[in-house]
Unconditional design. Sequence first.
Length: 255
Amino acid sequence: MAAWALVDGVESPLESAVIPITDPALTVGWSVFETLRIGEDGDAPHLDEHLDRLHGSCAGAVIPFPGADVLRTEVHRAAARCGYPARIRITLTGGGRRLVVATPLDLQRRHRPVRAARGPHVDEPFLGGRVKHGSRAPWVAAVSRSGVDEVLLVDRNDRFTEGTTSGVLAVVDGVLYTAPHDGRILASTTVTALIARAQALGVPVRLESPCALGPWDGLYIASATRDIAPVIELDGEPLSGWDPVGRRLAAASLR
């Protein structure tokens, strides 16, 4: 397996892929993106949902959307060149560039426990929470400074909203809690899938932001490449990790 890229539909090994240094994705971070996984069988779970979300991000960030059919084809082309399973990142830039990158999927990342820290949630005043944009420097710096895997954002009501690269869920008294997609946060395709999985298992779900002060039976993050993963340390304090509900959700995950 080898990393592979398509730039405006032109294939090349990842190390050979280039875009102009004047592209505003590089100069001012003007880009939108999506990250997803391709399974060992070449299937792309929730690809259409990712493309729909990308279309919405383009509208919010005023970036042209090249069309779902074009991107769907290029996702599968890139994955086929890389080999399965693969991690795919689609980036659309303010300069009109279309980047599809496939890298080998780290299977050990799935369900791997994480260490986290709390950080303040700040509403985005211009793009809103629904746009998955490339201006991520503050969040990357926050994770690096904290020395953790993820920072979980907390609003003024001491409620978790989302993570810097993930959704946040908590189990309290056997009920699965997660923030509603009310425009403040990114609508997570993985969280949506986990909600459906929980309902199929008969697990009660509340679309309510989990209390950031606890207690929880289990605290989790969710993303396309992690699926559901337990938080085992928060702000330096150990947590219990998996609870029975979290284990059931992980065991029932899509393959």
